[in-house]
Design a protein around this ligand. Structure first.
Ligand SMILES: Cc1cc2nc3c(=O)[nH]c(=O)nc-3n(C[C@H](O)[C@H](O)[C@H](O)COP(=O)(O)OP(=O)(O)OC[C@H]3O[C@@H](n4cnc5c(N)ncnc54)[C@H](O)[C@@H]3O)c2cc1C
Length: 437
């Protein structure tokens, strides 16, 4: 078997693997990035009939304080952003709509809270932002609210926020400490949501550019099937025909893959705890329209139907052909609906009716629909008994983990970027310490 030698081998070419490989290559390491299929993983952009369907909405939350922004600045990534217009994000209230209060400006305008409840909610926002409201790891957000005897309107507001940002129809499962650390970031930001112009593919190309420019190797269609380790470190990873050895290894592959690869390693039992976790599934139903249907809002959420629609092409001009529109409906499934095809059909119908209500005439303009019935939005659903995988175990000090199943900041891709960034920094500091720099 042929062996190639590197400083660092990164296994998995999703957003976490790409950003790790780019960061380490940029800082002078000889890096190989190994991906079993195509680069991007779950962050895919598919072009169909002139519409760009992003398998993944490429919405980045709290961009100004995000790890993706750190990577953008430090690596000089060439990304163009379109920021969400907050006042165009609305709640469907049945007969009426109202602004979503994600900051003080929104709070003043919203009809969801009245009189004293606005002050009560502002108080929670302030306390959360200042870090006084921390929640409790042993209480879900639902339990935490019930214990605090919060007013019904403020309670409903907080649970709606939890539902939308954690993509879960079941707020009882969201740990209150995770909720408050998430909102600490979100309440502080001036840009709650931004879209990458051109979608995920632009970001993937940028990471690729940095890796190549700095002498890194990207090896696609290369599935790692074996990890060789001794008692204290991993020495190489292997495909059927090729071995890759390195001083440090980063595994940016999902827990079920890790489980297979680390069967005979000293961390087998540590990993086992994290491998049978339930992911977050949602339903996506995108529609590509010939002609734009104008609306007062670019995002509309219906808490009773558990659906929201985003006008993707309003923010990402490349998502639809000139004059056209790409709308995306997202629906939350409860745990018992996830594997039920009838529930999926029912959800599609609900989404179509929601399109009828807010984008009247869409059916006549329809060029292409695309439904994804069970994509894994996030590899681990953050709930009371499911927490992220540590990025490192002391038993194998030259092995690191990154991905949206790992401990980190935020949710979704921010977990991938933050774990990748922290792992890269750790590797760079470790080297510097060894070399006495
Ligand atoms: C429909 C959808 C909508 C989304 N919308 C958003 C959004 O709006 N905003 C947001 O921030 N996030 C969103 N996300 C989440 C975001 O896409 C993910 O958090 C992110 O792409 C995860 O990247 P990752 O690198 O952590 O994992 P993955 O993308 O799962 O990457 C893992 C990679 O490892 C490779 N691999 C696995 N095993 C091996 C092996 N043995 N050898 C070599 N390679 C291997 C896989 O092929 C894959 O490429 C969405 C996701 C989906 C599915």
């Amino acid at each position: 078997m042929r062996t190639s030698q590197y400083d660092i081998v990164v296994v998995g070419g999703g957003l976490a693997g790409l950003s790790t490989a780019a960061y380490l290559a940029y800082h002078g390491k000889k890096v190989a990035l190994l991906e079993r299929g195509k680069l991007g993983g779950r962050a895919m952009t598919i072009q169909l009939k002139g519409y760009q369907f992003n398998f993944g909405a490429h919405a980045i939350y709290a961009r100004d304080t995000s790890y993706l922004s750190k990577l953008e600045q430090e690596l000089g990534l060439n990304i163009h952003w379109e920021d969400f217009t907050q006042l165009k994000a609305k709640f469907d209230m049945g007969e009426d709509t109202s602004v979503i209060p994600s900051n003080i400006g929104g709070l003043l305008q919203t009809k969801l809270l009245k009189g004293m409840d606005k002050f009560r909610f502002a108080y929670h926002m302030l306390f959360t932002t200042l870090g006084f409201e921390k929640g409790d790891p042993n209480l879900s957000i639902q339990e935490w609210i019930d214990l605090r005897k919060i007013s019904p309107a403020v309670k409903e507001m907080m649970l709606n926020l939890a539902t939308t940002n954690f993509f879960s129809g079941d707020p009882d499962s969201i740990p209150s400490d995770v909720f408050f650390s998430y909102y600490r970031r979100l309440f502080k930001t001036n840009i709650p949501v931004s879209f990458i112009q051109g979608g995920w593919k632009v970001l993937i190309e940028e990471f690729k550019r940095i890796i190549k420019k700095n002498g890194g190797d990207i090896i696609e269609k290369t599935k790692i099937t074996n990890v060789l380790s001794n008692d204290s470190e991993v020495t190489e990873v292997q495909t059927k025909k090729h071995a890759y050895s390195a001083k440090e290894f980063v595994f940016a592959i999902p827990p079920e893959e890790l489980q297979k690869l680390f069967q005979d390693s000293p961390i087998k039992s540590e990993l086992e705890r994290f491998t049978d976790y339930e992911p977050t599934y949602v339903m996506f139903y995108d529609v590509g329209l010939k002609k734009r249907i104008e609306s007062d809002y670019t995002y509309i959420f219906d808490k009773d139907r558990q659906i929201f629609i985003t006008d993707i092409s309003y923010y990402d001009m490349e998502a639809a052909p000139p004059g056209g529109q790409l709308l995306q409906a997202v629906g939350y499934l409860s745990q018992n609906e996830i594997h039920d095809p009838l529930a999926h059909e029912e959800m599609i119908k609900r989404m179509e009716h929601f399109y009828d209500k807010h984008f009247d005439g869409w059916r006549k303009q329809l060029v292409i629909p695309r439904a994804s019935k069970k994509p894994v939005l996030q590899a681990i659903r953050w709930s009371m008994n499911q927490r992220g995988l540590p990025t490192h175990f002391d038993k194998l000090p030259n092995v690191h983990f990154a991905g949206d199943w790992c401990q980190g900041t935020g949710q979704l891709s921010e977990l991938s970027f933050s774990s990748a960034y922290n792992v890269s920094k750790k590797i760079l500091t470790k080297k510097a310490a060894i070399q006495g720099v």
